[in-house]
Design a protein around this ligand. Structure first.
Ligand code: ZN
Length: 334
């Protein structure tokens, strides 16, 4: 009995070692990095870059409006379990700081728009002058449109940086890079895989960027004007040379006055704006009214701040962008 015991102990130790490595091995293979993305477009970028190494949950889902979002207890639970939170930044997710605090989230936060040149609302082509996407937008602006003195132009001007930076594919490239860097920092074991997937994805973004550019270059500059619901396409307009006239302000909950609507209608007539577009996240009523009263055609639905549901035309960032560009270019053809 006694002579057996060292051998038995060795055998038991070996078994324990096997079990332990089996458990660790399984855990590593079966447990992807838990990532929360604040809204659907970011969620898709994270899926592209993260592949099977991540499990992604989004807070504001397809066709959802992130501007006036009210987080749920489920969102807090998702965040509590996550190791990485990917946000747009540029004051887009105003509801998020309170949620992260309440959830006890202790992981890393990645700002996808970091390094984007922020664009100021209401000044086409004019950025804020800053280049790091960080220090040049103030957090004091109160989203109060009452003091707005731009009513004669027919639309609200928001004060601060425009958050809709994903509406330029060159910014999408920056988002993909930031996502890859953030995932790599949180999960160094897969850093190379994140960077490789990001490179492949960025090549697709760049190819689409080139074809979108070509499509709009082929349209006469004075026809490249459309009305949309809310002020979400400023980056798109700057990048591809299209003037967007927002019927509402920056936010989807800003109701324009009758006078403002009349001013837009007057502008559409005067400038012979060929088409108006509804958006997947906001009510089509106002845009339809403008079309009725001006004779401009309704060009279809654009995906502004959210992807479509699966099976619809804008289910991924690339599909959404290609769809938007095609709807716009088709409507602006003579
Ligand atoms: Zn928006």
């Amino acid at each position: 009995m006694r002579s057996n015991s060292p051998a038995r102990r060795r055998a038991l130790l070996a078994m324990a070692g096997l079990c332990l490595s089996a458990i660790l091995g399984t855990a590593q293979a079966a447990e992807p990095l838990k990532v929360v993305a604040s809204f659907s477009i970011l969620g898709d970028i994270v899926r592209e870059v993260g592949g099977a190494d991540v499990s992604v949950t989004t807070l504001v889902g397809p066709d959802g409006d992130a501007h006036g979002y009210e987080p749920t207890p489920g969102d807090a639970r998702k965040l509590a379990e996550a190791r990485v939170l990917i946000v747009n930044g540029l004051d887009f997710e105003t509801w998020l700081p309170r949620l992260t605090k309440a959830s006890g989230f202790s992981g890393q936060t990645v700002t996808a728009s970091k390094g984007v040149k922020p664009r100021a609302f209401g000044s086409p082509g004019e950025g804020h002058g800053g280049t790091d996407g960080h220090d040049d937008h103030d957090h004091d602006h109160d989203h109060d449109h009452d003091h707005d003195d731009d009513h004669k132009q027919g639309h609200h001007h928001h004060h601060g940086a425009d958050p809709h930076a994903w509406q330029n594919l060159a910014n999408g490239v920056i988002y993909a890079r930031n996502v890859a860097d953030g995932l790599a920092a949180a999960d160094p074991a897969h850093a190379q895989a994140y960077r490789q997937r990001a490179d492949a994805y960025i090549a697709r973004l760049n190819a689409l960027d080139a074809s979108v550019r070509k499509a709009f270059d082929a349209i006469a500059a004075d026809r490249r004007k459309v009305v949309t619901s809310h002020d979400a396409f400023g980056y798109f307009g700057d990048a591809y040379g299209v003037t967007f006239i927002p019927a509402m302000g920056v936010s989807t909950d800003a109701e324009p006055s009758a006078r403002e609507v009349a001013a837009i209608i007057e502008q559409v007539r005067r400038e012979k704006v060929p088409a108006v577009f509804v958006e997947n996240i906001s009510s089509p009523k106002l845009v339809q009214q403008i079309a009725r009263e001006t004779g401009a055609k309704v060009g279809g639905t654009l995906y502004s701040d959210a992807l479509s549901k699966p099976g619809q035309p804008g289910a991924t960032y690339l599909e959404m962008f290609e769809w938007n560009a095609r709807q716009l270019a088709t409507a602006l053809q003579p």
